[in-house]
Write a protein that binds this ligand. Sequence first.
Ligand SMILES: [Zn+2]
Ligand SMILES: [Zn+2]
Length: 375
Amino acid sequence: MSGKDYYKTLEIEKNASPDEIKKAYRALAKKYHPDLNRENKAEAEKKFKEVSEAYEVLIDPKKKSIYDQYGYEGVSQQFGQEGFRWENFSHFDDISDIFGDFFGGRGGGDSIFSSLFGGGRAGERQQHRNKSGSDIKIVLKLTLEEMYSGTDKTIKYSRYEKCSACGGEGGLKSDVKKCNDCQGTGQRKYKTQSIFGTMMQVAICPTCEGEGTIIEKKCKECYGEGRVKKEHTVKVTVPAGVFDNAYMRMDGEGNTGKRGGERGDLIIVFQQIPNQKFIREDDNILTDIHITFPEAVLGAEPEFVSIDGKTLKLKIPEGTQSGKAFILKGKGMPELHSSRKGDLYVKVIVDVPKRVDQKTKNLLKDLDKNLKSQH
Ligand SMILES: [Zn+2]
Ligand SMILES: [Zn+2]
């Protein structure tokens, strides 16, 4: 087989089932998500694109059968000259629940899709922009405990809603007139000079903002916009295992567009409030436990409260050194949309008391003598 080995890229066997293909892709997509690989973003993006290309082909029975018969050459023609591009990817939905729909974002330059993948779908959406309402991004802060168990939250925010005074029209129907500046097309053409010669560029008509019509007597409530700002609340069910900077998109909960335009979405970005006791690393949790010097020498079984609020015991054997970590399997964070859990790493710290009474001092002196005589 010439060209790329998609099976190798996804780390699967040739006879993998669609479920296995999907599972492999989801795991790798998560691994290479550029947001989770900030130090190595460029490399992660490249890998992420590679696994997505492999998935695009292997999950589609038609493309897969062409690939199995003719190899990379058979499918590469579909991608265009420079090979696979994000425009060719048609399975965003299959991973959007992991990351939230970070490929969306109609709203301008900070859209994650456009910043990550440059244009593509973002450009396509631009055309509807004047009509569609923008997305609203909200940061929802969560404790690690809430991320562990999942939680329900009520979010209150301000958004554009249809103006009830004019029914979203911006004025009376009889006052709606054709825009003279663009002859009702909503577009204006401009000539521009570039290295390719004179080019015609089409832009949205600024007079009517692309509507093609203007309202002579505007609605007093909304000044002709057909929408007004209102407070709104939504209930959000945060799934267990959600991670820092993951997104969740709620369709149609964003701003209503001008003059009857459709609603944008609400994008909720989860952020973890720093935790004093537990540190998360992927699905694993790191914590410390403090013991005394005698406990370290003789062994002990101290109790501690874990992330789920339950009391756990840790068996510490005789002669445990300070800094030694013990792994409690399956006591870490739950994996999103799965029953699997990460591990809990408990690091033992042997405390040195800063001040002790005379009796303890005498005991320690004896102990010191004893220890030295044993060498
Ligand atoms: Zn109105
Ligand atoms: Zn116009």
